[in-house]
Design a protein around this ligand. Structure first.
Ligand code: FES
Ligand code: FES
Length: 160
């Protein structure tokens, strides 16, 4: 198969990757160590593979790797870590919204794309942005509480 070389900004760094023409972005990320991007349904319904591309949350299982060429991609590795969680991660922890954690990276990235666009989203906006991210553990109420908590923090003028 013909290999191609593409380049894009990944978590703030300019990177170059050799790809197969029919490879998906999800596979490219994971084989290069970005394993916070999860395999789930592989058909665009669960959101476990969500990354941010040019400011929008996308299912990386549906994006060909070559489509990332020249773009700006953010994975969960580009956000906080255990010592310094991003505010969305912090809110999910505080609200007890993480159980097995498999859905969490995608959930965080969908939320980040939403809050970057709309710092204080109304309920409908939260539903619209988060409805592509499925969670088999939490029943969603705690995730909902975490989203409302971040929104309330922004409302009070808290740092994003
Ligand atoms: S693995 Fe991509 S949406 Fe489920
Ligand atoms: S915490 Fe387990 S799938 Fe969401």
């Amino acid at each position: 198969m013909n290999k191609k070389t593409i380049s894009f900004t990944l978590n703030g760094e300019s990177r170059e990757f050799d790809i197969d023409p029919n490879e998906r972005l999800l596979g490219l990320l994971r084989r290069n160590g970005f394993k916070g991007t999860k395999y789930g349904c592989l058909e665009g319904t669960c959101g476990a593979c969500t990354v941010i591309m040019d400011g929008k949350a996308v299912d990386s299982c549906l994006v060909f790797a070559f489509q990332a060429h020249g773009r700006n991609v953010v994975t969960i590795e580009g956000l906080g870590d255990a010592g310094t969680p991003h505010e969305i991660q912090q809110a999910l922890i505080e609200e007890g919204a993480v159980q097995c954690g498999y859905c969490t990276p995608g959930m965080v990235l969908s939320a980040k794309a939403m809050f970057d666009e709309t710092p204080t989203p109304d309920d409908e906006t939260i539903r619209l942005h988060m409805d592509g991210n499925l969670c088999r553990c939490t029943g969603y109420e705690k995730i909902w509480s975490a989203m409302k908590k971040v929104s309330a923090k922004h409302e009070r003028g808290g740092k994003r």
